[in-house]
Ligand binder design. Structure first.
Ligand code: GTP
Ligand code: MG
Length: 193
């Protein structure tokens, strides 16, 4: 999809603030710093619409982006950042649960995983959670530009094996640097919007 119009609608911390719109939503989940915000920017060809940072924990609200007046990307706060307090972690859990439990507009979840490493405990829990509640999942293995080329196939297999990946879900190898996987990611997303 070629995107001409994209804007932030709201940074929400509770469901009262979610957009009233009935448009379809595609949410981005993944650990802090995996590249959720960068993924959105790459797909819509904007450098900075979704705020990114080399410091983990940048996105701490649920950010709704309206794309082409057609659907919303929903940038969720990341998990697994070691330096957050117990309180902050609990707040993250409540925010995420509130979103997943109430959002009829949610059509699919892009679950981002760092291609260079084995999936973390948090990645496994997130994938299990999404499968348990029957959300369609698009797994995006990101930072592919930094992954060793000769170990690629092996690493993809490992990630799938550790996640107990459901072959009915989509799996896209992606990089914001080389733009590898951009078209494939759009194709997967377009099935749900
Ligand atoms: P939080 O908002 O903290 O949860 O992080 P996030 O998942 O939104 O990550 P973000 O998009 O802010 O990216 C984190 C860092 O990773 C930034 O420095 C990005 O430039 C970098 N990054 C993201 N995607 C890629 C990629 O595909 N390749 C490389 N080399 N760097 C990437
Ligand atoms: Mg972010």
């Amino acid at each position: 999809m070629k995107v001409h119009a994209a804007e932030i609608v709201i940074s929400a911390v509770s469901k009262k603030q979610y957009p009233k719109s009935a448009l379809a939503e595609v949410a981005l989940a993944g650990r802090s710093n995996v590249g959720k915000s960068s993924f959105i920017n790459t797909l819509i060809d904007r450098k900075k619409l979704a705020r990114t940072s080399s410091k983990p924990g940048r996105t701490q609200t649920i950010n709704f982006y309206l794309i082409e007046n057609k659907f919303h990307f929903v940038d969720l706060p990341g998990y697994g950042y070691a330096k957050v307090s117990k309180q902050e972690r609990a707040k993250w859990g409540e925010m995420i649960d509130e979103y997943f439990a109430n959002r009829k507009q949610l059509q699919a979840v892009v679950s981002l995983i760092d291609m260079r490493h084995d999936p973390s405990e948090g990645d496994i829990q997130m994938y299990d959670f999404l499968k348990y509640y029957n959300f369609p999942v698009i797994v995006v293995a990101t930072k592919a530009d930094k992954a060793a080329k000769n170990k690629r196939e092996q690493q993809i297999s490992r990630i799938k094996e550790i996640l107990d990946f459901d072959e009915n879900d989509r799996f896209v190898v992606f990089s914001t640097v080389t733009k590898e996987g951009k078209e494939e990611a759009w194709k997967a997303i377009e099935e749900f919007i």
